[in-house]
Design a binder for this molecule. Sequence first.
Ligand code: SF4
Length: 330
Amino acid sequence: MNKPNIPKKILHWYDNNKRPLPWRRKNTKKQHEYFTLVSEFMLQQTQVKTVIPFFNRFVKKFPNLESLDRADESKVLKYWEGLGYYSRAKNLKRTANIIVTKYSGSLPKGIEKLKALPGIGEYTSRSILSIAHNKPYIPMDGNVERVLKRVLLLKNKDQISKENLIKKKTFFSNSKRSSDYAQAIMEIGALICKPLVPICTSCPLTIYCKAFKKKDFVINANKKLNKTKYFEARVHKHKNKYLLIKNKKFNFLKNLIIFPMDEIDKEKFQLSIDKKINIKLSNMNMKIIINENNNKKTIKNGFLLDKSNFSKFIIPSFTKKIFNSLPHLK
Ligand code: SF4
């Protein structure tokens, strides 16, 4: 396929259609690196529209790597509250410290050095290299993957394997504006090549796109399904106080405040007549029995918290969902 105009067309579309996201604001090089780092951490597992207000609040409080490095972890977590997946905030703070102390406040430019930082894996390191350092990388997120599968009409299991998609990514051979180019392809996926109904009439890729030619937009997924696990959460209530614990037991929400809970088997879950709720974490569907008939006042790693103080503590939205399902709020 002759594709000399692809970068030109994509960049032209991007220049005229990109969203004015706060981390894209014109900035000094250092600020641009910092905004890229914070936004990439926040965007792991979270949608753009959810991230925007958190990002604005966070960078107002911690305007650069140095201020983030100096801040107390509890303060950083407070400003992360509501975004969930708190390990990201802790890793971001640890990463800020390493960059300030070891790299004089500038993000490293090598992929291995980036991947060695807490909370930065393959995807985030490539995003940083392309977006912050203008290097010719295309990070493979869900949006880029969908555009690629449609443009090249990749359908069968071998074609949509991760290895093959990474090879096929070279279809988007790069331009000098690597940062804009990577963001442009992500943006086409987010705004135009939508999962259910792509808006092909607005797309700069129509003349190259096999899906468009065949009018076949079905995407075959290669994702593993999330595991479903079953839990029993025990609500111990004394007047207006609830017994909560610092989680030392489960690998998810480690060291954060949760209701005391145990993993149970499917049969026990199905037989229970207690209230049941579902909560989705990044890699797990949780089906939870809410057992309200408990009256312990103490428990290892536990403490009683007045319900009026819920907003003053750093409580994961996971725990708030259980709290909000209790009858006192109805
Ligand atoms: S032409 Fe349509 S299907 Fe092809 S990449 Fe663009 S929006 Fe997606």
